[in-house]
Design a protein around this ligand. Sequence first.
Ligand code: BES
Ligand code: MN
Ligand code: ZN
Length: 478
Amino acid sequence: MDYVTTSADIAGIACDLLAIGVRQGQLDAALSVFEPSLARDLAAAAQADEFDGKPGALALWPALGRLAAPRLALVGLGDGSTDAVRRGAGAAASAARNRGVTRLVLALGDLDTERTIAAVEGVEAGAYRYDRFKAEDARKAPIGTVAFAGSVDTAAIERAKAIAVGQRLARDLVNGPAADVYPETLAAEAAQLAGDGMTVEVWDEQQIRAAGMGGITAVGQGSERPARFVHMTWKPAGAARRKLVLVGKGVTFDSGGLSLKPTDGMKTMRCDMAGSAAVIGVMRAVRDLRPDVEVHGIFGAVENMNSGGAYKLGDILTMYNGKTVEIHNTDAEGRLVLADCLSYADKLGADAIVDLATLTGAAVIALGSDYSALYSDNEALAAQLLTASDAAGESLWRMPLPEHYKEQLKADWATLKNIGGREGGSITAALFLKEFVEKTPWAHCDIAGPAFREKAFRHLAAGASGVMVPSLVRWILA
Ligand code: BES
Ligand code: MN
Ligand code: ZN
């Protein structure tokens, strides 16, 4: 998408859709850009439509020849906060995309740096569709040009675009069917980012086994599609301010294994690599933004499947850090894959490790679909992530990590078992992960709720959301 600014008279701008931002309770001010009789008629229409200016609210009408544009939309900007601007811009872009609008004008007022970034993020996220497999005539043309009527921070647009490109890549990978997105192809997507200061190392299943990664090996061994381990590294040209590691869950399909999921629980399980897709998306943005921070992106990619070779209940795995794990449920596979990645990451001597995973249904029960669950025993790191997610308009909620809940993970024959009881299932999963990080400040985000939605949410189409890409890019740049 191309972004330009315009200072032309609004009613005379030729475009396919003119969207006017309206703060709550400030309709008259927003409409004052029009001549009085048009402003009066639009105010009456808004009232009839019960348009209230709430963040993301939208009213869209034909312009009936009274504007140069054929259609006009009012979009709610609520209190004018950064996040309300993001949602307003997103609602306008989503409506525009649904109508095949290729030239969109956004009159959202003057936007400072943060609001410029938010508006572009909202537009890009709201306009996103996954339509690769739709018939040609069922696809809507992408928006080509967005013109801001009002002042914006043009330099910030490039930063926002880099974030948006990373988020879109994550969404495409998560939406992609597991028949296309499997360990080898997911690793190949990461490998594509190599060059320009980024290096990417990919291990095959033999190297994974030889390295002693018993978790990745076991979960991946039931599939026809061999596992991969991926380590992406961004090293800035000069000195690095910080050294950060992102770790993602990369289960390209989670059937549950021998502890097979029922159909309803399985049908969206192509989303189970959303953590690693977010890591790839962040690394994509990092490559564009070239921060003076060393960033590592790590994931284990596996398919959790059934076959004669699948790992079994009662198996005891020896993990990369030497701890042993008794398998009580093959559907608690993500933590096994992550555990090996985390203990590998722990050796890098970084300032922080953050992992992202569609780890537990229990996180969705606890917080619903709108929140990611944040776990960390490092106050400073938790605070940094909450600040970043706040700026990105993503909902992250800190959860407790009570040591005594580890009781639930006590095994009969090994160091740990791979599940606790039903109570606090997202917490015991986090406590399990913690056993594999010894010296690095660490945080875990359970993104099982927001990573993939069966229904559209706000300006986001149904399916993958690319959650945490905007937050983590901000965290890295901070
Ligand atoms: N991938 C699932 C978790 C999940 C559930 C992600 C819903 C997205 C939406 C994970 O591997 C899993 O199956 N977890 C089990 C753990 C249980 C066996 C301890 C769960 O949540 O039921
Ligand atoms: Mn599972
Ligand atoms: Zn899973």
